[in-house]
Design a protein around this ligand. Structure first.
Ligand code: C5P
Length: 237
């Protein structure tokens, strides 16, 4: 697989064309950002950990019947993926209320949500990723009904698979964000699943083992990601 010119540089990953028009290379960098890019730092080894972490999770999801863009690891910090036509939408499921929902709705931090709740956000840093509803998505043509239903179905299916996977190693999957896209007419899970885009708490101590350590200046960010990776069995060698 030949790496060609850069298509796009995001806040934590760079995306490259390849000699196959249907495939892209994702390069996970050490850059760590929060607050829509207002806080950025380089965290040694994070790119490699997240690359291997996301590959591991995508393979578990694929095995459970969730179509993902993941094709395989190429190097410590790079993966090969299908070139999806991405929806400009973020899908969030919350099993426990924390983060933006507590500020938005004035609800208590840390309460369990039964059933889990679902939110759509528009991917737009300048607007700080505003929350949107299905009517917005349809009216502005960001996705059609079929895609909306599929994104919800797959996001909840991911919840079933990953809640169990993390629960088995003493971790609470608090919430997470997914992004989807279309490839040859089918909807696939794209982007990444890493501690950068989810919240994971130790079930006993409720210690945060995700990007909130960076957002809140708690330290030990990479060590926390590594701990989660080790617990679930990601090979970091
Ligand atoms: O900030 P908020 O509480 O809405 O985040 C919900 C979940 O979505 C968290 O796990 C957070 O890490 C993730 N998220 C993300 N990228 C964003 C917004 C939220 O990964 N732009």
């Amino acid at each position: 697989m030949e790496k060609r010119e850069e298509l796009y540089a995001g806040k934590a990953k760079s995306v490259y064309y390849t000699d196959d028009a249907d495939k892209l290379i994702l390069h996970y960098r050490n850059d760590t950002s929060a607050f829509d890019g207002a806080k950025i730092e380089q965290l040694d080894r994070k790119g490699e950990i997240n690359n291997k972490f996301s590959a591991f999770i995508m393979e578990k999801l694929e095995a459970a019947g969730v179509p993902t863009h993941h094709e395989g690891l190429l190097s410590a910090e790079e993966s090969l993926v299908k070139k999806l036509d991405m929806f400009p939408i973020e899908c969030v499921v919350r099993n426990i209320a924390t983060g933006s929902i507590t500020k938005r709705l004035g609800v208590e931090d840390g309460i369990s949500l039964n059933p889990p709740t679902f939110e759509f956000f528009l991917k737009n840093d300048e607007l700080h990723d505003p929350m949107i509803n299905e009517y917005h998505i349809r009216s502005f043509g960001w996705a059609d009904d079929e895609a909306i239903e599929k994104m919800k179905e797959l996001t909840f299916k991911v919840n079933d698979v990953l809640t169990k996977l993390f629960d088995d190693v003493g971790l609470l999957l608090v919430d997470y964000k997914l992004e989807f896209g279309r490839f040859q007419g089918q909807i696939y899970l794209g982007d990444e699943f890493t501690p950068d885009g989810c919240r994971l708490w130790d079930v006993e101590t409720r210690k945060k083992l995700d990007k909130d350590r960076f957002r809140q200046g708690l330290g030990g960010v990479v060590e926390a990601y590594e701990e989660v990776a080790h617990r679930i069995g990601v090979d970091l060698t």
